[in-house]
Design a protein around this ligand. Structure first.
Ligand SMILES: Nc1nc2c(ncn2[C@@H]2O[C@H](COP(=O)(O)OP(=O)(O)O)[C@@H](O)[C@H]2O)c(=O)[nH]1
Ligand SMILES: [Mg+2]
Length: 480
């Protein structure tokens, strides 16, 4: 039944759903059988909802858990013995009156309580993200905090969780708020000059002061924009592409790292043709690991297509894992790979390219125990055996280091930009500051500052359009 109620909510027209004054309810914990399920309400009829289900008892004390027998208000039939909480607004998650019912998590209990709530006048099922949207509308959360909350709910790895939590704590919002204040001050100086330039009482050097403030802000914004998209990468996953000549052990390595049989492993060269992508949590970082066709020339049409796809994927990689057969470095395919693929990668200007590279020499179990280690390339390499797992710890350590470079440490340093939306507003703000410097007259300069400031306010959600809000809240599930 509660599923049906959610479908009902999804079908309602927007005007009805977002109408202020309606009291919404939803299951806020996960679906399925569980120990405890949390159902909550938000809106002016929340106290009515609590009273109706817990009659004849009075409202519990605010923000204190109380044990109550829940009954269906229509039939009086008992539904469950549950903990209930009462959060009078504005001291609640949404800023409105809220109630919570912590019931036993069986589907029949949950559906019984949801049906009982739907019978209380003034209550209707919540839409996806509607609780958070109300919190935003009542100034409880800024837009970056809302985004942080969405990311926290979706976080699958430790590093993603740390980054989302920082954003939820509002660091990016506070930072852009302080930048907006700087611009307000600069704008006040410029406007004062426009209005009172002739006035002797005007402090000297007001325009120079505004220029200095703008310049300092330009530097700060520039530094944030030059973050190599670390925050975005951490949010959406780092692209790690495994490449190398045929038969080097690429698929074996993908299976080893993902701990599942993603790719077929075979001694027959050219087994892997399609790009096989699998999400992996590597040392707390979210990785999209791609296995690709072995790179070689002069093969049939299907394998050629595989090689084309492999090259295409290689270009999109944040981190390249190049795999070679340590016991077969003199083979023509190994040499060709080193000359045609590795050489351009290694010679890339490290500042110009954000692609990282790890060279792995696999099948080290086939090397003679005594004797010199292979040195195929000036680039440092790691020895590994996918067969015996020798060298795996070393590889995992190296991967952790590389991923920390690609994603940055989400716990330290300035808050990272986690979305293209943040980057867009900061870039537009920076562009407007450029116009300020080039402005031919003071009126244009003041207008440029206003535009720059507007972008910072939009970043935190002020003056954001409905469409943008819709996109952001779409990430939420019903009950959030
Ligand atoms: N001795 C040895 N054989 C390996 C190792 N890794 C992979 N192989 C074998 O090498 C062959 C090719 O492996 P595969 O992962 O399919 O290579 P790919 O073509 O690069 O994907 C298979 O027969 C594997 O069993 C290793 O570390 N040592
Ligand atoms: Mg393969």
């Amino acid at each position: 039944m509660w599923r049906k109620l959610q479908i009902l909510a999804a079908c309602r027209p927007r005007s009805l759903c977002t109408a202020p004054g309606a009291t919404i309810f939803a299951l806020s914990s996960g679906r399925g059988r569980c120990g405890v399920a949390v159902i909550r309400t938000s809106g002016p009829a929340s106290h009515q909802a609590l009273r109706s289900l817990t009659a004849p008892r009075a409202l519990p004390r605010a923000r204190r858990a109380s044990l109550r027998l829940l009954c269906d208000p229509r039939s009086g039939a008992p539904l469950d013995r549950a903990l209930v909480l009462w959060f009078p607004g504005p001291q609640s998650f949404t800023g409105e009156d809220c109630a919570e019912f912590h019931v036993h998590g069986g589907p029949a209990v949950v559906s019984g309580v949801l049906q009982a709530l739907s019978s209380v006048p003034g209550l209707r099922p919540a839409q996806a993200g509607e609780f958070t949207r109300r919190a935003f509308a009542h100034g409880k959360l800024s837009l970056p905090e809302v985004e942080g909350l969405a990311d926290l709910i979706h976080a699958e790895t430790e590093a993603q969780r740390r980054q989302a939590l920082r954003q939820l704590e509002g660091e990016l919002g506070q930072l852009s708020h302080s930048w907006a204040e700087t611009l307000t001050k600069a704008l006040a100086h410029v406007e004062a000059y426009i209005d009172f330039a002739e006035d002797d009482n005007l402090e000297e050097g007001v325009l120079e002061q505004a220029d200095q403030e703008v310049q300092a802000l330009e530097v700060a914004l520039g530094a944030h924009l030059q973050d190599a998209r670390r925050g975005q990468r951490l949010r959406s996953g780092v692209h790690v592409v495994v490449t190398g000549p045929p038969n080097a052990g690429k698929s074996s390595l993908v299976n080893l790292l993902s701990q599942k049989p993603v790719s077929i492993v075979s001694s027959e060269p050219g087994t892997t043709r399609d790009v096989l992508e699998t999400p992996v949590d590597l040392a707390g970082f979210p990785v999209l690991l791609s296995d690709t066709a072995g790179l070689r020339e002069g093969v049939g049409a299907v394998e050629q297509e595989g090689v084309r796809r492999a090259r295409e994927r290689l270009e999109q990689a944040d981190l390249v894992l190049a795999v070679l057969d340590a016991s077969d470095l003199a083979a023509p395919t190994s040499r060709e790979f080193l000359d045609t693929v590795m050489a351009p990668l290694v010679s890339q200007d490290p500042r110009g390219s954000s692609q990282r590279l790890l060279l792995v020499l696999n099948k080290c179990d086939l090397l003679p125990a005594e004797g010199p280690h292979p040195q195929p390339w000036s680039h440092p390499h790691l020895l590994l055996s996918c067969l015996t797992r020798e060298g795996l710890d070393g590889l995992l350590g190296a991967l952790r280091k590389e991923l920390a470079v690609v994603c940055g440490d989400p716990s330290t340093g300035p808050p990272l930009l986690t979305r293209a939306r943040h980057r867009h507003h900061l870039q537009c703000c920076l562009d407007a500051l450029g116009h300020y410097k080039q402005a031919g007259d003071l009126a244009l300069a003041a207008e440029a500052l206003r535009i720059a400031r507007r972008h910072l306010t939009q970043l935190t959600g002020g003056g954001g359009s409905e469409e943008i809000l819709d996109v952001i809240f779409r990430d939420f599930c019903v009950g959030k």
